[in-house]
Write a protein that binds this ligand. Structure first.
Ligand code: NAI
Length: 235
C-alpha cells in the first residue's frame, strides 16, 4: 500500500490486514508514522507488516522497493497505488514545477510501482491492482488542474493495464473518492457548503474507501472499473 503511513492508505492497510493479508507500507517521509501504523497492524491483526521509505515517482527507487518487499515477503499479490499529493492553484498562476510534481507522484508513481510488480503477477498467474484516483479526475476541479489531470490520467492507466493483464487473470481497478476527512482535506474551510452538495449529506471516512478496496480485492470478475466512493457527489 503506497502512502500507507496515514489517511486513506493507512485505513486500507488496516482493512486488508483484518482480512489476513501481510502488509508492506510504502511512504515518503514520516518514519515515525509508518512505524506506528505497522506496530498497530501487527498487534491488532497478527499479520506481518513492514515499512519502506520510497519516493514512488523515482523509477529506480520504486524498483528497489518492490524487490525489497518481494525479498521480505516472498511475493506481492495486491498493489494499492494510493500515494498522492496536491499542489493547488489556479492554472494562470501555477508553476511548471507544481504541475509536474503532482503528475510525477500521482500518475508516474502509480505507473512505476505497477511496472515493477507486473512480472511477478504474471509469474504467479494472479494479482490485484487498485489505483486511488479522485472525483476530480472525473469532473475536473477549479484550482486543481495538475491534480485533476493526474487523476484522470490514472483512470486511463487503470483501463489500459486492465486490458493488458486481463488475459492473465490479473485485475486492475480504480476507486474515486469524493471528500474524505484526512490530513489532505482537514483544512477545507467550507465543510458545511461541501456537505450541502453531497447527496448522502456527509463527508466520507477513510474506512469508507478501505471497504471499497477490500471489495475490489475479492471481486474476481470486475476489472477496468472506476468505483466512486463519494456519497453520490459526482453522480
Ligand atoms: P494524505 O496526505 O493523508 O497521505 C498521503 C500519503 O502519500 C502519505 O502516506 C505519504 O507518505 C504518501 N506519499 C506522498 N508522496 C509520496 C511519494 N512521492 N512517494 C511515496 N509516498 C508518498 O492523503 P489522503 O487524503 O490519505 O489521500 C490518499 C489518496 O487518496 C491520494 O492519492 C489522494 O489523492 C486520494 N484522494 C483523497 C481524497 C480526500 O478527500 N482525502 C479524495 C480523493 C482522492
Amino acid at each position: 500500500v503506497t502512502g500507507g503511513s496515514r489517511g486513506i492508505g493507512a485505513a486500507i492497510a488496516r482493512k486488508l490486514a483484518s482480512k489476513g493479508a501481510d502488509i508492506a507500507i510504502v511512504y515518503s517521509s514520516d518514519d515515525n508514522a509508518a512505524s506506528a501504523v505497522c506496530e498497530e497492524i501487527k498487534k491488532d491483526f497478527s499479520v506481518n507488516c513492514r515499512f519502506y521509505r520510497c519516493d514512488v515517482s523515482d523509477f529506480e527507487e520504486a524498483k528497489k522497493t518492490v524487490a525489497a518487499i518481494k525479498n521480505d515477503f516472498g511475493s506481492i499479490y495486491i498493489l494499492v497505488n494510493n500515494a498522492g499529493i496536491t499542489r493547488d492553484g489556479l492554472s494562470a498562476m501555477m508553476s511548471e514545477e507544481d504541475f509536474r510534481r503532482v503528475i510525477d507522484v500521482n500518475l508516474v508513481g502509480a505507473f512505476n510501482m505497477t511496472r515493477h510488480c507486473i512480472a511477478g503477477f504474471i509469474r504467479q498467474r494472479g494479482g490485484r491492482i487498485i489505483n486511488i484516483t479522485s472525483i476530480s479526475g472525473l469532473m475536473g476541479n477549479a484550482g486543481q488542474a495538475n491534480y485533476s489531470a493526474s487523476k484522470a490520467g490514472l483512470i486511463g492507466l487503470t483501463k489500459a493495464i486492465a486490458r493488458e493483464l486481463a488475459p492473465r487473470g490479473i485485475t486492475c481497478n480504480a476507486i474515486a473518492p469524493g471528500f474524505i476527512l484526512t490530513d489532505m482535506t482537514k483544512d477545507l474551510a467550507q465543510q458545511d457548503e461541501i456537505k450541502s452538495r453531497i447527496p448522502l449529506g456527509s463527508i466520507g471516512s477513510a474506512e469508507d474507501v478501505a471497504s471499497a478496496a477490500a471489495y475490489l480485492v475479492e471481486a474476481s470478475y470486475v476489472t477496468g472499473e472506476v468505483l466512486r466512493v463519494d456519497g453520490g457527489l459526482a453522480m
